[in-house]
Design a protein around this ligand. Structure first.
Ligand code: PGA
Length: 310
C-alpha cells in the first residue's frame, strides 16, 4: 500500500461515487487514459481487483469497498486538519457539507445567509433528500451534519434537537371545514388525502399517527414534493398533513389554511444528527452551535409569520 498515492485515492473515490470512469475523469478534469492508468497502479498496490464490470455497470469488489471507506476517512482527516490549522491561525474556514430532509429546506437555507455573513471563510454545500436517502448518506458518512425530523433508531448517532416541528392539517382556504373547530379525526379522514412518498419522514409520522388513533386515511394520491402537494391542495385534489414550516413563506393569508383538528398539531422536533463515532470538524461544530442558538430565533419568526393578522 505504500506505493499508493493520495491522488489515486481521490480518483478512485470519484469513480466509486459516480459509478463511471468517464464521469470521474470529467469531475477531476483528467483524461480517461490518465484515470485508467491511476487505477491500474492502485490495483497493483492493493494486490486485489477493485471493480467488477457486470454488463455496463461497475460494481466495487469487497476490497474496493474497504479502499473507498479508507479513502473517505483519509480525505475527511485531511480536511479536518486543514480546518484545525485555520482555526489555530484565528480563522474559521473550510467546508461544511450539510444534508437536509426535503421539508427542512423551508427554513435551514434562510439561516445560511447570516451564518456566511459571520463566517465568510466557510463554504457550505447543501444536499436535499428525503429521509430515506438522507439516512443512506449518513451511513455512508458523506456529509458533516444532517438535519431531519425523525431520527433513525437503527444507527448509532449523535443527536441535538434545535427547533419544534408541528405537523398540521392543510386545506384550501375555501374548504367547508376551514372555519370548523375541533374537527374529529374521523371527519378529516373522510376527506381525500394527499400523502408524501414512501421514504418520507412526514409520511412516517402521518401513518403512525393515524394508525395509533385507529383511523384509516382515504388516500387520493401520493406525491413526492411538498410544493406539489400544496399546489394540489389549492387545486381541490384533497387535504394533507405537512410540517407547518412548509407554509412559512406564504403564511396562512394565501390560498391555504390550517384546519383545527382534534389531536393536532402533531408535535415533533427538528434534529441535527451525525454518526456517533464521527469527530466533528471545527467548522461543523461552529455551525452546530450557531443552529442551537439561531433555531430559537427562527422559531419565533416563523410563529409570527403564521399568526393570523387582525
Ligand atoms: P421528509 O422528512 O421531508 O422526508 O418528509 C421530514 C422529516 O424528517 O420530518
Amino acid at each position: 500500500m505504500k506505493q499508493a498515492t493520495l491522488h489515486q485515492f481521490k480518483v478512485f473515490e470519484a469513480i466509486a461515487r459516480s459509478g463511471s470512469f468517464t464521469r470521474a475523469a470529467e469531475e477531476l478534469c483528467l483524461t480517461q487514459p490518465t484515470v485508467s492508468q491511476q487505477m491500474k497502479q492502485l490495483t497493483l498496490a492493493v494486490g486485489l481487483p477493485l471493480f467488477e464490470q457486470v454488463g455496463k455497470r461497475l460494481y466495487l469488489t469487497e476490497a474496493g469497498q474497504e479502499v473507498v471507506t479508507a479513502c473517505r476517512d483519509i480525505s475527511e482527516r485531511l480536511s479536518h486538519l486543514e480546518m484545525t490549522l485555520a482555526d489555530l491561525k484565528g480563522l474559521k474556514q473550510g467546508n461544511l457539507r450539510l444534508t437536509l430532509v426535503t421539508t427542512a429546506k423551508y427554513f435551514v437555507p434562510r439561516l445560511l445567509g447570516p451564518f456566511r455573513h459571520c463566517y465568510p471563510g466557510i463554504d457550505v454545500s447543501l444536499e436535499i433528500a428525503n429521509r430515506q436517502r438522507l439516512l443512506e448518506r449518513l451511513s455512508e458518512n458523506l456529509d458533516d451534519l444532517y438535519i431531519l425530523g425523525q431520527p433513525p433508531e437503527h444507527l448509532e448517532i449523535g443527536l441535538r434537537p434545535f427547533l419544534e416541528n408541528a405537523l398540521v392539517a392543510i386545506a384550501p382556504h375555501n374548504h367547508p371545514l376551514a372555519r370548523a373547530q375541533n374537527i374529529p379525526l374521523q371527519r378529516l379522514a373522510q376527506e381525500p388525502f394527499i400523502l408524501r412518498e414512501p421514504g418520507s419522514g412526514t409520511r412516517m409520522v402521518v401513518e403512525s399517527f393515524f394508525a395509533e388513533n385507529r383511523v384509516a386515511l382515504n388516500v387520493e394520491m401520493e406525491i413526492d414534493s411538498n410544493e406539489a402537494i400544496k399546489q394540489a391542495i389549492v387545486g381541490g385534489l384533497g387535504v394533507s398533513v405537512l410540517s407547518r414550516h412548509v407554509l412559512a413563506l406564504e403564511g396562512i393569508t394565501g390560498p391555504l389554511t390550517i384546519l383545527d383538528v382534534e389531536g393536532f398539531p402533531i408535535q415533533r422536533q427538528w434534529y441535527v444528527v451525525y454518526p456517533a463515532s464521527k469527530h466533528l470538524s471545527v467548522v461543523a461544530r461552529t455551525f452546530l452551535e450557531y443552529l442551537l442558538v439561531e433555531g430559537k430565533r427562527l422559531a419565533a419568526q416563523v410563529d409570527l409569520e403564521l399568526t393570523p393578522r387582525p
